[in-house]
Design a protein around this ligand. Structure first.
Ligand SMILES: Cc1ncc(COP(=O)(O)O)c(C=O)c1O
Length: 403
């Protein structure tokens, strides 16, 4: 049994939730691949439905779209790791983000968000939310004056990505949460880039943490999932919409996350170590205009990074000399880094935000958020760092010949 206050992060990730199925003798949790659950008799079955429906869901397994043991295991692990009371798991990060917003907001409400956001989140806020009369506004959350000015009567949520995707801009969670709470506004932090190993937003005053668990939580590039962590009250407000939208995590995906998260702490350590070495290498490279990595002293918010993060993560963005053309040649020349969207896998990935992940955001908004055409985003994996540098060097040499 895990003692949430005394156990360390590795113990929580490995043992959290695992006792759920121990009564059946399993050492390792099996995949509970069933769509529905049977009852011993009609009395048990009807009891399970007493508190179910119309925004209420009974905490017993009835049907796998509502709950299942593999879901409960990853939820307990994530609640323990983020220091929350409760969690709910989703079939994607976007499922999780929409679950929070549809669960807590209604027509006429207003969301303030950090300027640089994952493209899908941006699109959800300005397309789907708009359809339902929920409005969104980008505000520099580090500017308290601007933030105060932007807050309206119906501002219900401040949504922060920190570090944000892909500019790695940081936002001071503690400061924003203090300001927001004075006005009764809920603060949501997308903690995908950091994971609870490097940053615990709830301990800094945030109300809700969301993850694209597709990334570091799963960690092996083989599952699409999301998780929301908060206090019991907020999770229970969010749960009915999640279930009604059909966004609950499937058993096999939950099992993959529970397996992946067991090594999260070790993986994050190696991601950080490799990324720091690569960031320093890039900073010295003649073809690199600028490197964006929170661990570098040259990073404008290095001080804030040290304050609210325990290490600097595995994501690096950099501007290559020669703009879009060079960026395209560079990406086409990589071998060990895979040209792909997504991040946080054990293997290294590279992409162009302007042409790929953030292409849905209008160019003007992209540039305002610091996403230039020549920006390259690396998700540094846990391979041998010398091999990664050899791969980068070989791509740089092709670019150099072309200039
Ligand atoms: C920071 C961040 N949040 C949310 C998402 C959405 O997650 P998913 O792709 O799992 O739906 C992503 C996806 O890349 C992301 O990078």
């Amino acid at each position: 049994m895990i003692n949430s206050s005394n156990s360390g992060m590795r113990t929580k990730a490995i043992h959290g939730g695992e006792t759920l199925l121990k009564d059946y003798g399993h050492h390792s949790a099996p995949i509970c691949q069933t769509s529905t659950y049977s009852f011993k008799n009609v009395k048990d079955a009807s009891d399970a439905f007493i508190d179910c429906g119309e925004g209420k869901y009974h905490p017993a397994h009835i049907y796998a779209r509502l709950s299942h043991d593999n879901g409960w295991i990853i939820e307990e692990k994530m609640a323990l790791l983020e220091g929350g009371e409760s969690a709910i798991a989703y079939n994607s990060g976007m499922g999780a983000i929409s679950g929070i917003i549809f669960g807590l907001l209604t027509t006429g409400d207003h969301i303030i968000h950090s300027p640089s956001l994952y493209g899908g989140t941006h699109s959800f806020l300005y397309h789907t939310c708009k359809q339902f009369g929920i409005t969104a506004q980008s505000v520099d959350l580090n500017d308290s004056k601007e933030l105060n000015k932007a807050i309206r009567l119906r501002t219900k949520m401040i949504y922060i990505e920190t570090p944000s995707n892909p500019t790695l801009a940081l936002y001071d969670i503690e400061k924003i949460a203090k300001l927001a709470h004075k006005k009764g506004i809920i603060v949501v932090v997308d903690n995908t880039f950091m994971t609870p190993i490097l940053q615990t937003p709830l301990s800094l005053g945030a109300d809700i943490v969301v993850h694209s668990a597709t990334k570091y939580i799963g960690g092996h590039g083989d599952a699409v999932a999301g998780v929301v962590i908060s206090n019991r009250e907020l999770i229970e407000k969010i749960r009915p919409n999640t279930i009604e939208l059909g966004a609950y995590i499937p058993p096999f995906t939950a099992w993959l996350l529970s397996r992946g998260v067991k090594t999260l702490s070790l993986r994050m350590k190696q991601h950080c170590e490799n990324a720091m070495i690569i960031a320093e290498y890039l900073e010295k490279h003649e073809l690199v205009e600028s490197v964006i990595y929170p661990g570098l002293p040259s990073f404008p918010q290095h001080k804030l990074a040290k304050k609210q993060m325990s290490n600097f993560g595995g994501m690096i963005s950099f501007n290559l000399k020669g703009g879009l053309q060079s960026a395209e040649l560079f990406l086409n020349s990589l071998n060990l880094f895979t040209l792909a969207v997504s991040l946080g896998s054990v293997d290294s990935l590279a992409e162009s935000p302007a042409l790929m992940t953030h292409s849905v955001i209008p160019k003007e908004d992209r540039e305002k958020a610091g996403i230039s055409d020549g920006l390259i985003r690396l998700s540094v994996g846990i391979e041998d760092v010398e091999d990664l540098i050899t791969d980068l060097e070989s791509a740089f040499s092709k670019v150099k010949k072309s200039l």
